[in-house]
Design a binder for this molecule. Structure first.
Ligand SMILES: [Zn+2]
Length: 129
């Protein structure tokens, strides 16, 4: 099966002037990454339509800070809902006591667990459905 995340990771490792086969045609990495895959937000949507990812995956493969990824996700949440889709969030979880942040609507990771007060928290996983 074709995995977009794996493909994006491979593109990230190549030089911009190297070539890859895209839709059966040999093109430069630069062109596929920029013109074919579109803006950062479009790339993020392509990835999230295919699999569940967390903010760390997205920041690594797109070369962004986690802070920027959160900002883009907020926009994506609004734009996909206009298309009748939904940005699904698997809830954050406290790694110290196992508390699950079930009712949390905000995209950003909470700073502290309300139950045990620790700040070792596993961020949400996202997917567009
Ligand atoms: Zn906790």
């Amino acid at each position: 099966m074709f995995h977009r995340l794996e493909f994006f990771k491979r593109l990230q490792k190549k030089q911009p002037n190297e070539f890859v086969v895209w839709s059966g045609v040999k093109r430069s990495v630069d062109m596929v990454w920029g013109e074919m895959l579109g803006t950062i937000r479009q790339k993020m949507i392509l990835l999230l339509e295919e699999e569940r990812l967390d903010v760390r995956d997205l920041s690594q493969v797109l070369g962004l800070s986690e802070k920027d990824v959160y900002a883009h996700l907020e926009h994506i949440q609004r734009s996909v809902s206009r298309q009748g889709k939904n940005l699904f969030m698997a809830p954050c979880e406290c790694l110290s006591c196992g508390y699950v942040f079930k009712d949390r609507k905000r995209i950003k990771k909470p700073g502290r667990c309300p139950k045990c007060r620790q700040s070792h928290i596993l961020g949400a996983m996202f997917k567009i459905e």
